[in-house]
Design a protein around this ligand. Structure first.
Ligand SMILES: OC[C@H]1O[C@H](O)[C@H](O)[C@@H]1O
Length: 333
C-alpha cells in the first residue's frame, strides 16, 4: 500500500468528568477520533518511535498506554496500515495543551499540526454522565479552538498541515462557517471528507455533495435533516439517510446507541445491531466509531474496495469497547 494520510481537524478539549474524581482528562472529539483512527490501523508503536520528537515521553518511560483490547476488538488479522494520522487543532499555552501533545504522541498521532496559542487557555468541556443511563451531555467552552478562522482552511494543504491529505475527518466543535470552508476546500480539490456532525448545526445544502461520509447520531440526524428528535426512529432512519444521499452525500451512517447503527449508500442500506456490553460511560463512543470508520475506509480504498457494512460493524465493535470504561480516551489505555 502506498503511503496515505488521514488529517483529523478538530477540537482538543480538557474534559472535566463530573462522575469521577474530577481529574481533567484529555478529550475533545478531534483528539478522541484521531487516537481511535490511529489505534485501528496500527500496532502498538515501538518505544523508539513513540519517543522520537517527544521529550515529555522520556520522563514517562515506564508508562505503557496500550492494551490489546481495542486491537482485538476491531480486527482478527495482523495489521499495520501505511496510514499516518495527523491532528490539526489548537491548544492553549497551559498544562492541558502540553498534556494533549503528550497523549496524542503516545498514541502515534502526528501533532505537528497542533498550534499552541500564546496567552490563551485550552478549550474545556464539562462532561456530565447520567448515572442511570450512562448517557452523556457536554458543556463546552471555546478556548484556543476559537482562534481558528475560515482563512486557515482555504487551500488543500491547509487541511493536512502543509500537505494534501487523502481523507479529512472533522467534527463541529468549531464555528460552522469554518467547517463549511473546510468542506468546500476539500470538495473542490477532490479530497475525501468525513463529517461527524457533532455537535450538529445544519450546513449549507450545496455543501452536502462534497461529503464522502456523513456520520450522525439520532439527535444530530434530526438537526441536520430539520426534524424533531422524536421523528427519528426505526421507521425514518432510511428516509432520513436517503434525504442526505439526495443532497449529494455518498455514504451515510446513523449511530443508534444501544440499537447499533444504520447505514446507506446509493446502492445499499441496512442495520447493524450493537454489541451487548455493560455500558459505563458513553462519552467518546461516537468519536471511536468515527475514527474506526475513517481508518477502515482508507484501508479498504487502498485495496480498491469499499464495503460500508463491514466498516460499520468494525466501528460498532470499537465503540462497544469505548463505552465499557469511564472517560473518552480510557478505552485506549
Ligand atoms: O464526544 C466526546 C467529547 O465531546 C466533547 O468534546 C468532550 O471533550 C468529549 O471528549
Amino acid at each position: 500500500m502506498s503511503p496515505k494520510t488521514i488529517a483529523i481537524i478538530g477540537g482538543l478539549d480538557a474534559d472535566l468528568v463530573m462522575i469521577s474524581n474530577c481529574i481533567p482528562n484529555p478529550g475533545g472529539k478531534g483528539a478522541n477520533s484521531a487516537i481511535a483512527t490511529h489505534r485501528t490501523c496500527h500496532k502498538k508503536p515501538a518505544r523508539d518511535e513513540k519517543e522520537a520528537g517527544n521529550q515529555e515521553l522520556k520522563e514517562r518511560k515506564n508508562v505503557d498506554k496500550y492494551s490489546p483490547a481495542l486491537e482485538k476488538a476491531v480486527t482478527d488479522d495482523e495489521y499495520e496500515d501505511n496510514i499516518q494520522v495527523k491532528m490539526i487543532g489548537a491548544v492553549g499555552d497551559d498544562r492541558y495543551g502540553e498534556q494533549f501533545i503528550v497523549e496524542l504522541n503516545e498514541n502515534g498521532v502526528d501533532t505537528a499540526g497542533i498550534v499552541v496559542v500564546p496567552d490563551t487557555r485550552s478549550s474545556i468541556c464539562f462532561v456530565m454522565v447520567e448515572n442511570h443511563t450512562r448517557e452523556n451531555r457536554c458543556l463546552f467552552t471555546m478556548g484556543a479552538t476559537a482562534t481558528w478562522k475560515k482563512e486557515d482552511f482555504t487551500k488543500p494543504e491547509d487541511l493536512g498541515n502543509g500537505m494534501r491529505p487523502d481523507l479529512v475527518v472533522a467534527q463541529m466543535e468549531i464555528a460552522k462557517d469554518i467547517v463549511e470552508t473546510m468542506i468546500e476546500t476539500a470538495g473542490k480539490a477532490g479530497i475525501d471528507f468525513c463529517l461527524n456532525a457533532a455537535p450538529a448545526t445544519p450546513i449549507m445544502k450545496h455543501l452536502y455533495r462534497h461529503l464522502t461520509h456523513l456520520l450522525v447520531n439520532e439527535s444530530e440526524a434530526a438537526i441536520m435533516s430539520g426534524r424533531y428528535r422524536e421523528e427519528v426512529n426505526e421507521d425514518t432512519w432510511e428516509i432520513i439517510a436517503q434525504e442526505f444521499l439526495s443532497r449529494g452525500v455518498k455514504n451515510v451512517a446513523i449511530t443508534l446507541g444501544a440499537k447499533g447503527a444504520f447505514y446507506a449508500t446509493r446502492t445499499e442500506s441496512g442495520h447493524c445491531p450493537a454489541y451487548d456490553v455493560e455500558v459505563v460511560d458513553t462519552t467518546g463512543a461516537g468519536d471511536t466509531f468515527t475514527g474506526t470508520y475513517a481508518s477502515d475506509y482508507l484501508r479498504q480504498k487502498a485495496l480498491g474496495k469499499w464495503d460500508i457494512r463491514s466498516a460499520v460493524v468494525r466501528s460498532n465493535k470499537a465503540a462497544a469497547i469505548a463505552i465499557q470504561k469511564v472517560g473518552a480516551l480510557s478505552c485506549f489505555s
